[in-house]
Ligand binder design. Structure first.
Ligand code: ADP
Length: 625
């Protein structure tokens, strides 16, 4: 979180952007909000103005018809305004009740569209979480929703204060009657009044702002606590995986110790926020009382000197009561909004994270024969924030339409090679070419659509099976069924109650189907097959299986992909022995290449060593698999 103090200009800019942003999410609110402010202000003054007229009418013995007309205007106007206010407020708050949800949709979209490398940044993950905590977990927190709920009150109370100020100055100017023949004194009274008002306003703002700053400071101190509580309660103790560890190692007391201390710290912060809030209210109360005393004093002097009518006293007394109400409200809400600016900024900071990746415009050549050529030319790569090269001067070429197996020890850089090929990352140095053109020059989405990858840590979300396979709400049912059958899920398909519409897992639907790890793998493979892309990549999605099962899946998959280009990754050499083109990676370097038959003959090579080491663990008969 940036600690730089925001200037007033920056604060205004951020809040105006926030208001515009919210009102664009809900366009009706421009009209509703504007009309509401007018009605809001009118509603108070309508009553006071016509009440004053009526009192003067009665004292001055006005005609019956005039009295009746004014009563009708007073009551009729008031009822109309109240009804109008009720309707407008209903729609305004109805529309506004989902401001945060709509804003959250934008955040989620952003997190899915941002450069992949940001996914691994803790700072960015924390920013996302903190924005959510500030808006949701933190009762006194803020962000865009706080801006929405406070923007109308701050404008309407500001307008009310201005109107009241105008009236009070007018009232004070009447002191010319009290100081008959001494206009200089009358002017002095008006100036004195304005000066006292400005002084009290400044004092109230200063005191409130000070308290508000401390309140937000406490709020901020709560953010890391929320993060930790979230981790312990949701990501650790509530998961099946950790539930086993908790029981086996009897971690209950250890975890309870941390959870209790976190909640107790949180409680301490909430209490101190409460105390700060009370101090703030006490200061507003004192200032309010001093100010109202002053106005009533002026009013009393006016009446005693017959400077104003009795009707006007009603008007001013009413105005004063509203003024005091709005004065406190304005001070509270405006200082809250000033402090809240930081959290509105946090939201925009997240949305404004630039995508650094260069995204070209060249269309990818559509080839019916799927003949694409890929070349890694002197590619070196370090993960962002790391000084260690994972790939170093890595150069390979492979002709597409063929098969490539990439083998090597765990951590040698195989997955990183795939991530670079699929442009999840760009090389730190060197280039990757597709058909002789740097892949950065191609239209990013078009380039990505060349690949279907089944990653080691593939995930199948709890969505209907068909949508899962197609990665789309609407999809070709026949194609989805065909992909599932080819992936070996015919029998699962037969027994699903709602066919492709059956949700995977029971997380959100009791009629969902629980699938095994092996079936999930096949769904992930079906997803790759459905997309019918020129490249298919298996990046050890089978690591949890035994070597024989992995070999079977890889070789079966090889038959399924037909004429497409397939890249197989494995640390088990046996799984890829069917492949004619095997690339051996070691320590981020391409060290050997050839068929199983030729590589096994290179007795000094890594392949031979690895093969023999691994064969010890899973020899079946004379053949190692
Ligand atoms: P393989 O697929 O061969 O097992 P990887 O390509 O996954 O190897 O990893 C190669 C090296 O890069 C490993 O040392 C690993 O720790 C490191 N590495 C992988 N991902 C990241 C990351 N996101 N940030 C930093 N280092 C990483």
């Amino acid at each position: 979180m940036a600690e730089k103090k925001l200037t007033v200009k920056e604060m205004l800019k951020i809040n105006i952007r926030g208001i515009n942003f919210i009102y664009k999410l809900i366009p009706w609110n421009y009209f509703l909000g504007f009309t509401l402010i007018i009605v809001w202000v009118l509603i108070d003054y309508w009553t006071y103005i016509f009440l004053a007229i009526l009192v003067d009418n009665i004292i001055n013995g006005a005609a019956r018809e005039v009295l009746i007309r004014n009563v009708v205007i007073l009551v009729g106007g008031h009822i109309t305004l109240v009804v109008l206010h009720w309707i407008l407020a209903h729609y305004y708050y109805y529309c506004g009740s989902n401001v945060w949800e709509l804003a959250n949709v934008q955040l989620n979209r952003k997190i899915m569209d941002m450069d992949y490398e940001y996914m691994e940044s803790k700072a960015i993950q924390n920013l996302r979480r903190d924005i959510d905590s500030m808006a949701r977990d933190n009762a006194d927190g803020g962000g865009l929703n706080k801006l929405f709920w406070n923007v109308l009150p701050v404008i309407s109370s500001g307008v009310n204060i201005l109107i009241m100020l105008f009236y009070t100055i007018y009232l004070a100017s009447k002191s010319s009657i009290v100081f008959a023949g001494e206009p200089a004194k009358a002017v002095l009274v008006v100036f004195l009044f304005i000066a006292i008002f400005a002084l009290l306003m400044a004092l109230a703002l200063y005191k409130n702002n000070y308290a508000q700053k401390n309140i937000y400071k406490k709020n901020e101190e709560m953010l890391p606590l929320f993060r930790q509580i979230h981790f312990y309660t949701e990501e650790y103790i509530s998961t099946e995986k950790c539930g086993k560890i908790i029981r086996m190692f009897q971690q209950q007391n250890l975890l309870s110790y941390y959870i209790e201390s976190l909640f107790s710290k949180l409680n301490g912060k909430v209490n101190s926020i409460g105390r700060l809030d009370e101090t703030r209210n006490a200061w507003s109360g004192i200032i309010e009382t001093v100010f109202s005393g002053l106005i009533y004093f002026i009013l009393g002097v006016m009446v005693l000197n017959n400077a104003i009518s009795v009707g006007s006293v009603c008007l001013y007394a009413g105005c004063i009561s509203r003024f005091l109400f709005y004065f406190s409200k304005f001070i509270k809400v405006s200082t809250e909004l000033a402090g809240n600016t930081k959290y509105v900024k946090m939201y925009f900071d997240f949305l404004d994270i630039p995508n650094k990746k260069y995204k070209g415009t060249l269309p990818v050549e559509k080839r019916d024969d799927n003949k694409f050529a890929i070349e890694f030319h002197n590619v070196s790569f370090r993960y962002p924030g790391s000084s260690k090269y994972v790939l170093k001067n890595f150069s390979i070429k492979f002709n597409i339409g063929e098969r490539l197996a990439v083998v090597g020890k765990n951590g040698s850089g195989k997955t990183t090679f795939i991530k670079l090929l699929c442009r999840l990352y760009d090389p730190t140095e060197g280039e990757i070419f597709l058909n002789g053109i740097d892949i950065r020059k191609y239209d990013y989405k078009e380039y990505l659509s060349l690949f279907s990858v089944v990653f080691q840590d593939f995930k199948i979300p709890a969505l209907p099976l068909g949508q899962n396979v197609a990665a789309s709400v609407e999809y070709d049912r026949e194609k989805a069924e065909d992909a599932l059958r080819r992936a070996g899920l015919s029998s699962l398909l037969e027994k699903l109650p709602d066919g492709l519409g059956t949700p995977v897992y029971k997380d959100f639907d009791k009629d969902g189907v629980d699938i095994s790890g092996g079936e999930a793998q096949k769904v992930a493979i079906a997803r790759a097959l459905y997309h019918d892309t020129p490249f298919v990549i298996l990046d050890e999605p089978t690591a949890a299986l035994d070597p024989l099962a992995e070999y079977e899946i890889y070789s079966r998959f090889d038959e399924l992909v037909g004429t497409k280009t397939a890249v197989y990754i494995s640390h088990r050499l046996s799984s890829c022995q069917f492949c004619n083109d095997i690339l051996v990676i070691d320590n981020g370097k391409a060290v050997q290449r050839g068929s199983h038959g030729s590589l096994i003959k290179e007795k000094e090579g890594l392949y031979y060593k690895l093969w023999n080491t691994q064969a010890k663990y899973y020899k079946t008969g004379s053949e190692a698999v």
